[in-house]
Write a protein that binds this ligand. Sequence first.
Ligand SMILES: Nc1ncnc2c1ncn2[C@@H]1O[C@H](COP(=O)(O)OP(=O)(O)OP(=O)(O)O)[C@@H](O)[C@H]1O
Ligand SMILES: [Mg+2]
Length: 262
Amino acid sequence: MTIRITGIRKSFKQQDVLRGIDLTIQAGEFVSFIGHSGCGKSTLLNIVGGLTKPDSGSVLVNGQPVTAPGPDRAMVFQNYSLLPWLSLLANVRVAVREARPDWKRERVDEMTERYLTAVSLWEHRNKRPGQVSGGMAQRAAVARAFAVGPRTLLLDEPFGALDALTRSRLQQQLIELWGHESETETVLMVTHGLDEAILLADRIVVMSNPPYQSIRTIIGVPIPRPRHRTTIGHHPAYDEIQQQLVDLLIADHVEELAGAAA
Ligand SMILES: Nc1ncnc2c1ncn2[C@@H]1O[C@H](COP(=O)(O)OP(=O)(O)OP(=O)(O)O)[C@@H](O)[C@H]1O
Ligand SMILES: [Mg+2]
């Protein structure tokens, strides 16, 4: 699915959060979004997901305007938002049933089992979110998104709250699921992790800070796949991209501080 974002503007309480966002994402691309807290990353993802309406501009998915959420675009939220009174199994199954009312029960069960197994949670399927670790809950949220069989996955800092080891395991699982073990072809992922963005993305969209609120620049990651976190650092482009990202984020921060002092 090609996603064409054109002229997006969004404000809350007369304060612009996003302005002049133009971006086209090709089917099969993995695009990461990076920027300081509050620059509008979640807002942009929610607009693509159809949960937030822009004040102006449009999002076209394969030429069709986005007006509401749909099973073609599954989201994993910043706070992974599982229903606390349901088991992990029921959380996934309910979401699939709701998103895919036309699927037969067997297909719903098959997809639920496939992705809970893929994230190593099948044996914990009967536990509720409060009875498992944060990392397990986050894996369940990832399984729930994949189980809907979306062509596009919208991930909002899905691994933000995890320890480094769990995070790297999940990153690898995500690469595998996206690569060949699912119907998902396109991923948009918000992250604060520079390493994570370089490991996963084909392109990294760097957002600028208020009062500029737009895309500052886009950095391509020309590192061939398959990529692995233990070896990717050896690639000659790695350090250069990382330094570029650090420079961009620090430059924005300095401008922000200068603006606040003026
Ligand atoms: N529903 C809302 N009502 C009012 N203001 C909002 C709403 N949603 C977001 N905002 C404001 O819009 C700005 C951008 O928020 P957003 O959540 O998109 O940022 P973000 O880049 O995802 O930040 P973070 O990295 O902290 O998650 C913030 O100033 C936030 O307070
Ligand atoms: Mg956010």
